[in-house]
Design a protein around this ligand. Structure first.
Ligand code: GAL
Length: 823
């Protein structure tokens, strides 16, 4: 066994006073914290994807879910939106977030990156970096390394100043530099520079003297000697670190998947996640992080991709709004409890793996005279019986049984004992009915952009959008003019690299279009009429989040870069090529400069007896509403709107695009947890929401709302939509079920934490054959069980009933019991 590598504890720890320093070392089995080998079960919660008011609740739920650590990336372009202008306020108050983790008595993993991927705009890198001469992202060059080191040092110092590292008595036990560089390293245009860069990253990180180990995820080749390489993926049991003496760490166990505007919802089953986790710990894993434990919301313009939705729900154990997602949360909690009870034996024990044919492995850990066993069955279609120490155990297909004493199965990953909760969007009890929401409107002032005057600069070239606008807005105007003899009918052709475009000729909107997701290059084709004399062509290009992944991702262009832009005569085919005309550039919209979303006094909102124009592109809308009563999460349903952005009381809810429909992919409507989960390519399964708007509900965090006062919703609708159908809802537990109770089980049902109670017990049936929570079919109803659950549950927030032999009889053969209640 490799020698214990003791790390230097920060000198600051000695002076820290009241809080005691924690030492973090490691060996080939585990992190060694204060001299003890530990299991770390962590979950990612990204602080900017929720609000400071939500943080304590999210962290508390994570702890109650059996986690002992919280992990987050650091969001460079959120913290440094302009060079050397920093933002550490509100949901970017990173120190406050880490203090909340500390207050909860949990460990923390600080993944600085600062390239972070994360479906975040530009992978977290500020677009202004591009303006620095000689800059090449994520390669060995002075400009990039200087900026990366400056930011990394800033974050490290902030954390040190707040005594957040373990050696200072703080929660941080691990820190990360770069992110998945190994995945793209061989595809950069200069292998030597890439190699020098990743070694420079490790050296620069180690120079920071943080007193805790540095990790690098997905860096399996050319691994710097001074970092621990770690695994990301849906499964990491078969993966091992590159050298001995370092523990097996899983930095990203993907609990679901992200969503794009054209995609349905991905679901990764609780059974499959539990299976993957159990196998990881079976095979010597000791540090595991769920990516994501809470996904949250891409407020503002933070989503990347391009085309990642505003919701970053991720099908995580805590949903976008912070509600417990059942059965995922509870099933994993049950697993964590069993694993924690085995902590010592797993990290100190001797181990022995025995294969029973191709897909079955039994692992026995022994320590101090006791033993613990795992049995895994990796067949995706075959349950197996396995005899261990005289007893025979049925291990269902694609599952792991855990026997903490090698005799009794304490947990099987395919047997869910926790309730399933079906969440519903409830009408708002305080709000006026939707018809009664009074709307006013204001046109976006396009006038200044309908000529080619007053641009920021001119160029006889069609420029790339991101470098021209530095991504300070989604929008960039390209404007030019031409003299024409007499009248003429033409077709305007604009070649663009995306993501969307609006074309105006002489002040009139003549065409609009957007790219398909993935294939961002497209051509706009619009019939236009020119008049005699000077004609103005104004093209507005819009981006929907910047690319965040891939080799040289930052070079993927956007906008009308290079064009061509042409007019072709409708009758005679004459071509007027405008590509090299004098183009005048202006980033952003007038309403953005005026900050209409802040609804300042003096803005001239219009309303003619409550009637407003609908399906009118480039229109601002405003309404006031009462905050829904209670504490349940609030959403606004924007069905009927087209594409734009929304704010409540000046706080961004993010981009909206409810007119974008999720495609009907293979894998819609089919769901089986057995077999390898995938989010791309063949074999994708368990998708929902196919053929529906990919996102119609937008989270309005409670802290954005003011109780007992009017609240303002402002929409900027760019493509033309109808706001009058918009309505506020609260998110609540609707139906709750337990589907696989066995005799002797204590069956717990809960309607959540916000005072909602069970209103009725609807099903208490043996041997249900089909259906799902809310719609079960078959089986034999147990009168005794129904009465017992009704007596114990109705009127209560939660209740527990033991399944006893008394539930049988009345013509029913007892067996697996299904219970369903309405909240
Ligand atoms: C990983 C990456 C994460 C995130 C994830 C997918 O490859 O490290 O940042 O993008 O994929 O959600």
């Amino acid at each position: 066994m490799a020698a214990l590598l003791l790390l230097v504890v920060l000198a600051a720890a000695a002076t820290a006073g009241a809080v005691s320093a924690t030492t973090v070392a490691y060996n080939d089995r585990a992190l060694v914290i204060d001299g003890e080998r530990r299991i770390i079960i962590s979950g990612s919660i990204h602080y900017p994807r929720s609000t400071p008011e939500m943080w304590p609740g999210l962290i508390k739920k994570a702890k109650e879910g059996g986690l002992n650590a919280i992990d987050t990336y650091v969001f460079w372009n959120g913290h440094e939106p302009r060079q050397r202008q920093y933002n550490f306020e509100e949901n970017y108050d990173i120190v406050r977030f880490f203090k909340e983790i500390q207050n909860a008595g949990m460990y923390a993993i600080l993944r600085i990156g600062p390239y972070i991927c994360g479906e975040w705009n530009y992978g977290g890198l500020p677009a202004w970096l591009r303006d620095i001469p000689g800059m090449q992202f994520r390669m060995h060059n002075e400009p990039f390394e200087r900026e990366m080191e400056t930011f990394t040092t800033l974050i490290v110092n902030k954390m040190k100043d707040a005594s957040m590292f373990a050696g200072q008595g703080g929660p941080i036990i691990l820190s990360q530099i770069e992110n998945e560089y190994g995945n793209i390293m061989g595809k950069m245009n200069n292998n030597q520079s890439a190699s020098e860069y990743i070694h420079w990253c490790a050296d620069m990180a180690n120079k920071q003297n943080v007193g805790v180990p540095w990790i690098m995820c997905q860096q399996d080749d050319d691994v710097p000697h001074n970092v621990i390489n770690t695994c990301n993926g849906f499964y990491c049991h078969d993966w091992f670190p590159n050298r001995t003496g370092i523990p097996k760490i899983w930095t990203e166990n993907w609990t679901g998947w992200f969503k794009a505007w054209d995609k349905p919802d991905f679901h990764r089953s609780a059974e499959d996640i539990a299976f993957a986790v159990a196998m990881f710990f079976q095979k010597r894993g000791s540090v595991q992080n769920y990516y994501m434990y809470h996904g949250g919301t891409n407020f503002g313009r933070t989503s990347g991709g391009p085309y990642i939705t505003t919701s970053y729900d991720y099908d995580a154990p805590l949903d976008e709004y912070g509600n417990i997602r059942q059965p995922k949360y509870g099933h994993l909690k049950d697993l964590h409890n069993v694993l924690k009870s085995m902590e010592k034996i797993l990290v100190y024990g001797e181990y022995n793996d025995t294969s029973y044919g191709k897909n079955i492995t039994v692992t026995k850990y022994t320590f101090g005279g006791s033993s613990a066993c795992f049995i895994n069955n990796q067949f995706d279609d075959r349950d197996v019986n396995l005899t261990l120490g005289g007893a025979t155990h049925l291990v269902p297909a694609w599952s792991v049984s855990i026997l903490p004493d090698c005799k009794t199965v304490a947990f099987n990953t395919a047997k869910i004992k926790t309730q399933t909760s079906v969440m519903v969007k409830k009408p708002n009890t305080v709000e006026k009915e939707p018809e009664a929401l009074e709307w006013s409107w204001m046109p976006e002032n396009l006038k200044p952009f309908m000529t080619d005057e007053h641009g920021n600069f001119r160029k006889t070239q069609l420029l790339e959008q991101i470098s021209t606008s530095t991504d300070q807005s989604d929008y960039l105007w390209y404007r030019t003019s031409l003299e024409h003899k007499g009248e003429g009918s033409y077709t305007l052709y604009v070649n663009t690299t995306g993501h969307e475009i609006y074309a105006f000729v002489n002040g009139k909107l003549v065409g609009q279009n957007h790219s398909a997701n993935g294939a961002f290059v497209f051509q706009l084709e619009s019939p236009v009429n020119l008049h005699a004399g000077k004609n103005y062509i104004s093209l507005l290009s819009g981006t929907v989040g910047l690319k965040n992944y891939g080799p040289l991702f930052e070079l993927m262009p956007a906008g009308i870069v290079g064009g061509p832009v042409k007019l072709i005569g409708a009758n005679n085919g004459t071509a007027i090529d405008l590509t090299n005309s004098s183009w005048s550039y202006k980033a952003g919209l007038a309403g953005e400069y005026r900050q209409i979303h802040l609804d300042k006094p003096g803005y001239k909102w219009r309303s003619h007896n409550g009637s407003i124009p609908v399906n009118r592109p480039f229109t601002w809308y405003k309404t006031t509403f009462d905050a829904p009563a209670g504490e349940e999460a609030v959403v606004v349903d924007l069905l009927g709107l087209n594409k734009g952005a929304a704010w409540v009381n000046g706080n961004s809810l993010g981009r909206y695009w409810p007119s974008y429909t999720a495609s009907d992919m293979d894998g819609c409507h089919i769901c089986d947890y057995r077999g390898k989960f995938k989010a791309e390519g063949d074999g994708v399964r368990c998708l929902t929401g196919c053929g529906e708007p990919s996102q119609r509900y937008y989270h309005v965090p409670r802290s954005f709302l003011r109780a007992g006062q009017p609240n303002t919703l402002v929409l900027f609708e760019e493509a033309g939509g109808d706001p009058t159908r918009a309505v506020f809802r609260t998110v609540a537990v609707g139906t709750v079920c337990v589907a696989a109770a066995e005799e002797g089980d204590d069956v717990t049902l809960s309607c959540g934490q916000h005072g909602r109670v069970v209103s009725s017990v609807d099903v208490a049936t043996f041997g249900v054959t089909r259906g799902h929570c809310g719609a079960y079919e078959g089986g034999c109803e147990s009168k005794a069980a129904l009465e017992a659950f009704t007596a114990a549950c109705v009127g209560k927030e939660s209740c527990t009933v033991r399944y006893t032999g008394a539930f049988a009889g009345a013509g029913c053969e007892s067996g697996v019991l299904t219970v369903q209640t309405t909240c």
